[in-house]
Design a protein around this ligand. Structure first.
Ligand code: ADP
Length: 783
């Protein structure tokens, strides 16, 4: 409990009443936000209310503003759309509407409102906050409320959560819903690409985004589209010729498909709309391609939220409640954002103003400014797309004497996004004039094929070789766990023999170990004095130096699909607990984040271990949950156990104990998704981050060009790990990471950023007693 704030015992205090609503266009993940707000508010001793049907419900009041209990939001995380409804409301744009809204809130004792919506909804919310004192005064004056009723409610706390599939809000990297929508688009374009491939067709795909090209850009990157139209960056004046040249070039090289992505708001430099039909005509008439148009429409809005949206909405919803409880009358209303991997609070008014500026800036044809007003990643992603999408870009080419031979190797288990990263690296190399060289089948491939055997495991890659790799799972150039120390002499020899000037290693903890070995072997093998980067890719997300490894998002999505399916099977039968075993090695990341994203009842990690007291307590809470359950929601419960959480309490043993203790009142089943967790196709996030990391890694390797081997070896950044750390993407020197940040014994970072999330899983599942939650923030306001 905070010492700064006066504390009164619950019986003496008036509970804080916090309301949540969804507004504007619906977006997958909104339900997760509602669930997190409701449960976090209750866990912190407040009353939670849901306002149904957006501002319409707020203006109408009555039953539309409902006190919401813990169990009311059960199962919300997995549901698409918004279960509490949303509506456009003209009345709220008028003062009389907001006057009614204020009255309705005061009558229920609510003075904190968490709004999940787009910039329109948040603009409305801030206006409401500004007017609040005058609205109350008017209501008292008109005798619609008494002065006593308004006492203690002089300020309205507003907290914004951005729910929008377009990802059109400035100040945040991602809005709740945008990645789910991107999943829908990528699934569709992947299907379209298959038929295009069969018939050698061209497809023009229209995706949503009237003012914001995020969905179009990211889907173009994720699917390796040939050309892209977005509102922020109109194509050059002679775009028709430019596009036809690029597509002709790709076809000449042997590409059988053509995909062009067009955002709804696509336009030319004179702000004249570019329609999918314009593009189709051009491709059909100028290039003679059999061209079809597909408009994806509302499928982009719907469906179950992806893992990221479930996690994001949960973290942000929980933080919104904290923001309400921590607010003082002076605190500006915040909007909860995410920058790279960090949840942050930004001033709501500024975020909305910046967002609205983008549209104005585009209207003034200041396109460059518009691009940079978007989140920090946007311009960078756009550049990466340009670099990797087209084969012939004379402006990018380096002079002959500055070109390198870049080795690319995969190490460890396959992970989603490995191929996307490799394709991006290859495309970048081709664009710059470097030679990309695949070292097939990891270090064992190198070692095995040396000597009197054919040197077939090393081959130069062409742009066409990997043109379709972005959407492919597994590892196209082969991967395994062999380390270079198996035969360092041969590895070093091969680097020299194949004239490798720089090395990109893609993989997980083994890849990290491999780079560490290569770095240390430089003392005895001067051929290894070349710049090297590890690009982390592992479902376990346990590579030191980064908070995100490619493949971990794909894994979470696969795991969630598995668990949702298990859970559903319980709804038609008996009360059931599934004990699901997750991968992750000695890191509980996958189990914890999956637990957060699916609302698991408990998560067992290697970091914490498992003991009998824990099991006892969890079985007690299962008994309590199933005793209360009146059959209205008989969906199963999930317990996630990381594969290495305990030697004694195996997944099977835990299920057996639960079964024995349940005494027939509920069932326990085991689920082991195993390699299913590697996912079939990489998720869009793993694809786009693969491309970004791939391009960045190559740019880093280029910085060493022209240096002598000794100069390279003397520079700590010549062996580096690329990663996301908090709110930044950065390279870190291997030597430091190895020495100070690596828990070698447990094969994970010493300091795992997500450890604190476990408390949140426990809080939101009800596993953590409210008394413990109360200790962390002031929960009760004085009367
Ligand atoms: P989004 O939140 O997705 O941008 P809208 O712009 O349609 O969607 O806004 C949703 C609702 O928010 C509107 O129907 C209206 O009730 C309210 N709203 C939007 N802009 C304002 C405003 N300037 N003042 C008051 N209310 C607004």
């Amino acid at each position: 409990m905070s010492t700064e704030l006066p504390f009164l015992a619950p019986s003496e205090a008036k509970k804080r009443k916090i309301a949540v609503m969804t507004s504007g266009g619906d977006a997958p993940g909104m339900n997760g936000a509602v669930r997190a707000v409701v449960r976090m508010a209750i866990a912190k001793g407040c009353d939670a209310f849901c306002i149904h049907e957006g501002y319409d419900g707020l203006v109408k009041g009555g039953d539309m503003i409902k006190k919401t209990e813990w169990d009311d939001v059960r199962g919300y995380l997995a549901e698409g759309g918004t279960l509490i409804g949303t509506a456009r409301c003209a009345a709220f744009r008028e003062r009389w509407g907001r006057l009614k809204a204020a009255k309705n809130l005061i009558e229920k004792g609510i003075d904190a409102l968490i709004v999940c919506g787009g910039d329109g909804s948040l603009t409305g919310a801030d206006l409401f906050r500004k007017e609040w004192p005058s609205l109350l005064a008017e209501l008292v004056e008109k005798k619609e409320l008494t002065a006593e009723q308004t006492e203690g409610h002089g300020n309205l706390n507003i907290v914004g959560l951005v729910g929008s599939i377009d990802n059109d809000m400035c100040s945040t990297d991602a809005t709740i819903g945008c990645y789910s929508s991107l999943h829908r688009i990528c699934d569709s374009v992947d299907c379209i690409a298959d038929t295009a491939q069969s018939h050698q067709r061209a497809f023009v795909v229209e995706v949503m985004g009237r003012h914001c090209g995020w969905l179009a850009l990211m889907s173009a990157i994720s699917t390796g589209a040939d050309f892209l139209f977005i509102p922020e960056v109109p194509p050059a004046r002679d775009w028709k010729k430019g596009m036809c040249n690029i597509i002709t070039e790709h076809r000449k090289m042997g590409k059988r498909t053509t995909i062009v992505i067009v955002a709804e708001g696509a336009q030319d430099l004179d702000l004249k709309k570019i329609s999918p039909e314009d593009v189709r005509k051009l491709l059909a008439e100028e290039l003679g391609l059999d061209t079809r148009v597909t408009t994806l429409g509302h499928v982009q809005r719907g469906g179950q939220p992806c893992a990221y949206d479930r996690m994001l909405s949960t973290l942000q919803g929980a933080d919104a409640v904290n923001a309400v409880l921590e607010a003082t009358p002076e605190t500006p209303s915040p909007v909860i954002s995410i920058i790279e991997n960090k949840i942050v609070r930004n001033p709501l008014v500024q975020a909305v103003q910046l967002t609205q500026q983008v549209a104005d800036t585009i209207a003034r044809k200041e396109f460059d400014k518009a691009l940079h007003l978007r989140d920090s990643e946007f311009a960078e992603y756009f550049k990466s797309y340009l670099i990797t999408s087209s084969v012939d870009q004379p402006d990018l080419k380096l002079p002959e004497d500055k070109r390198m031979r870049v080795g690319i190797i995969h190490v460890g288990a396959p992970a989603g996004g490995m191929n996307a990263a490799t394709r991006a690296a290859v495309s970048y190399c081709v664009g710059r004039g470097h030679t990309p060289v695949a070292l097939y089948n990891g270090f064992s491939g190198l070692i095995r094929h040396h000597g009197d055997k054919p040197l077939g495991a090393v081959r130069e890659l062409t742009w066409l070789d990997c043109v379709q790799w972005t959407s492919r799972g597994g590892s196209e150039i082969g991967t395994n766990r062999t380390l270079p120390s198996d035969n360092m002499d041969t590895v070093a020899y091969c680097m020299e023999h194949y004239k490798i000037d720089a090395l990109l290693i893609v993989g997980g903890f083994e890849a990290f170990t491999a780079l560490s070995e290569l770095r240390q072997a430089r003392a005895t093998h001067p051929q290894l004095k070349i710049p090297m980067v590890i690009l982390p890719a592992t479902v376990s997300n346990n590579v030191p130096g980064t908070e995100y490894s490619l493949g971990s998002d794909t894994c979470l999505n696969a795991l969630i699909e598995f668990c949702d399916t298990c859970r559903q099977s319980a709804s038609s039968s008996r009360r059931r607990v599934f004990v699901i075993e997750t991968q992750g090695g000695e890191s509980g990341y996958v189990a914890t984040i999956a637990g957060l994203s699916m609302g698991a009842m408990a998560v067992y990690t290697p970091e914490e271990g498992i003991n009998i007291k824990m099991l006892d307590r969890d079985i007690d809470s299962l008994r309590a949950v199933f005793a209360k359950d009146k059959g209205q929601s008989r969906a199963g419960k999930i317990i996630l156990r990381n594969e290495k959480a305990s030697d004694t309490y195996t997944t099977e043993v835990i299920a057996n104990i639960i079964r024995a203790e349940a005494k027939g009142r509920f069932e326990a089943r085991v689920g082991i998704p195993g390699h299913f967790q590697q996912g079939k196709q990489p998720s869009p996030m793993d694809r786009i981050r693969g491309v970004r990391f791939g391009v960045k890694s190559l740019q880093h390797l280029e910085t060493f060009f022209g240096k002598t081997p000794d100069e390279i070896a003397a520079d700590p950044m010549s062996t580096a790990v690329i990663g996301i750390r908090g709110a930044r993407l950065k390279f870190s020197p291997m030597e430091t990471i190895e020495r100070t940040e690596t828990d070698w014994k447990h094969r994970r970072p010493k300091d795992e950023f997500w450890l604190g999330f476990k408390d949140l899983v426990d809080t939101l599942s009800g596993r953590r007693p409210p008394s413990e939650v109360h200790m962390h923030v002031p929960v009760l306001m004085p009367e």
